[in-house]
Design a protein around this ligand. Structure first.
Ligand code: ATP
Ligand code: MG
Length: 551
């Protein structure tokens, strides 16, 4: 083997340039590539301002910056494919990394023209797709020179002009959105205009914030970093969700690290800066040239970052879920209480009418006007067994003239032994005589402060569907009864099917309670009376809830 023989790796510059350009498939990627150059390569102390002009009709894009510009050497360096980033070499790492951004224009267009002024010298050069495609060798591609270091008095800066865009139109909104998204993570003060629009990014309003610092193995891998997880007050768009991973201030990725799509993850965002990423020299690199904004999950450090971020996102997400569950349970409880009192209102309306009717019948069947509590033949249960009320009453006229059903027609109402007055506390009048009908306002409309109470309770799966608690004049509806639990399912307690069932159950229990009261008070004279009573009560009261079934 000859000692002079050698073999080298070379590159076909033209093919290389076009292939690199091929990664920039959309206008927003192309524009951002030159905008980010304009924002990054500024002299110390300059606040970067970049102006983008889009002309869909002329198929042109221009990007003007107030950066440091390039002299002839700088321009030569600009045209080195995969050139080492000079700033990075000097210990000033920034977004530029690959040395391929310059080719972006050829991903969508035919012409790239650069006019750049540095320290009072202006150069203008141009590269066309045709010149690149005409290269039949691996030789360097000649760049057309319009102007070379012409002395000027204008400040430094660079103008990139892209012409012959092959897209049907330029997506101004998309470009603005993309730039704004990136500006949110730009390390320095930066201003970008797109046509007349100034790009701005507003961080979602934060409800709460959590800070974590890794320990143990995570600390070893990630270094002494801080992870900030924020909970947005509002639902976040897809692209805003997740923890943004930075390295030395440069944004590389935003990830939910495995919690994507899970409940409440839509409210989570945040950031972590891991300087070690930028220094990572492992064979399986964390970054690639694609600008996909995704780190390589095969890289060890990236994997460690994902594991750490993922575990903390889950921690926050679960706490949110817990809090949400609690809040919903509280809301549910409130709504249930409202529903219960609404059901009770309907029941009590009926109960009042029922009680009056019984009183009339009793007055008729038992004859005399003297219905004081001591004088109730056949009722050894005692009047207010259930409610313990000593309702003052006054004597009413003996019996009214019999009505159609043989009932007294006047509205006089008698206290009904064994059947509690509708609303004793309201009815009581201090000077009332303790005999006869309730002292005041039985027929006036009023809030049922007494009467039946309805309550939803968790009484266990095997317990009865509902229960009438005589001593409390309460109807308890068992939320855990399989039928009721199934009707509720995962829905709100305001779901119609649940509401209908709740009414139905309460009404059935009420009808039974009424029959029970009647039996106890000795008002049942026939074995079938309670059945008739239940049937009638159900018929009456379900009419009141008919609207629940209306479409
Ligand atoms: N607008 C500009 N003003 C001044 N210098 C610039 C400008 N744009 C590019 N340069 C110089 O040209 C070089 C090449 O730019 P290019 O975008 O191709 O690569 P990069 O920014 O180094 O890396 P990357 O491909 O990751 O963007 C830059 O490193 C920078 O030195
Ligand atoms: Mg660049």
């Amino acid at each position: 083997m000859s000692a002079t023989l050698k073999l080298v790796v070379k590159s076909h510059v033209a093919r290389d340039l076009l292939q690199s350009a091929g990664l920039f498939k959309t206008d927003k990627l192309v524009v951002w590539e030159y905008v980010s150059n304009g924002l990054q390569y500024v002299s110390a102390g300059t606040n970067p301002v970049v102006k983008v002009s889009l002309d869909s009709r002329k198929k042109q894009i221009s990007i003007q910056d107030n950066g440091r510009g390039m002299d002839w050497n700088g321009l030569q360096n600009f045209f080195v494919m995969h050139g080492e980033n000079l700033d990075r070499k000097e210990g000033l790492p920034g977004r530029g990394r690959f040395g391929t951004g310059k080719s972006a224009a050829f991903g969508i267009a035919d012409v790239l023209r650069i006019t750049t002024i540095r320290n009072g010298k202006r150069s203008k050069v141009e590269l066309k797709r045709a010149s690149i495609e005409s290269m039949s060798s691996e030789d360097p591609i000649p760049v057309k020179i319009h102007e070379s270091e012409t002395p000027v008095s204008t400040p430094s800066g660079t103008l990139i002009e892209i012409e012959g865009v092959h897209l049907r139109s330029l997506d101004q909104a998309g470009i603005i959105h993309y730039i704004e998204r990136h500006l949110a993570h730009w390390p320095k003060n930066a201003t970008v205009f797109v046509n007349n629009h100034e790009c701005e990014f507003n961080e979602p309003p934060v409800a709460s914030e959590f800070r974590f610092t890794p320990e143990g193995a995570a600390l070893e891998k990630l270094g002494d970093v801080e992870l900030v997880i924020k909970v947005s007050k509002s639902f976040l768009d897809d692209e805003l969700r997740g923890v943004s991973v930075f390295s030395k201030g440069i944004w590389h990725e935003t990830t939910l690290a495995g919690s994507d799509g899970r409940e409440m993850s839509q409210y989570i965002f945040g950031e972590i800066d891991v300087p070690a990423l930028d220094d990572d020299k492992s064979p399986v690199a964390p970054f690639n040239v694609s600008r996909s904004m995704q780190l390589n999950p095969e890289n060890d450090l990236v994997r460690a970052i994902h594991a750490y971020v993922g575990s903390k996102v889950e921690e926050v997400r679960r706490s949110l879920l817990e809090a949400d569950k609690k809040r919903r349970a509280e809301e549910d409880a409130k709504k249930l209480a409202e529903q219960a009192s609404e059901i009770a209102r309907v029941i009590n309306e009926d109960f009042e009418a029922f009680r009056q009717r019984v009183a009339r019948i009793r007055a008729k069947t038992r004859g005399g006007p003297n219905l004081s509590q001591d004088d109730q033949g056949g009722n050894d249960l005692g009047d207010d067994l259930i409610f313990g009320s000593d309702v003052p009453a006054r004597e009413t006229a003996p019996t009214g003239s019999p009505g159609r059903n043989g009932l007294p027609q006047e509205e006089e109402v008698l206290p009904t032994p064994g059947i509690p007055p509708f609303n004793p506390s309201v009815e009581t009048a201090e000077n009332a005589e303790a005999k006869g009908r309730l002292a005041s306002g039985i027929n006036s409309r009023r809030r049922p402060a007494g009467g039946f109470r309805v309550e939803f309770k968790e009484m266990g799966e095997v317990s009865e569907r509902a229960r009438y608690i005589e001593a409390e004049q309460a109807i308890h509806i068992n939320l855990e009864h399989p039928q009721i639990a199934a009707a509720k399912g995962n829905f709100s307690v305001e779901d119609p099917s649940f509401k209908r069932l709740a009414y139905e159950v309460a009404f059935s229990e009420y009808a039974i309670a009424i029959a029970q009261l009647k039996i106890k008070s000795g008002d049942c004279f026939d074995l079938t009376d309670p059945i008739v009573e239940i049937r009638e009560a159900l018929n009456r009261i379900t009419r009141k809830a008919a609207s629940l079934y209306a479409q």
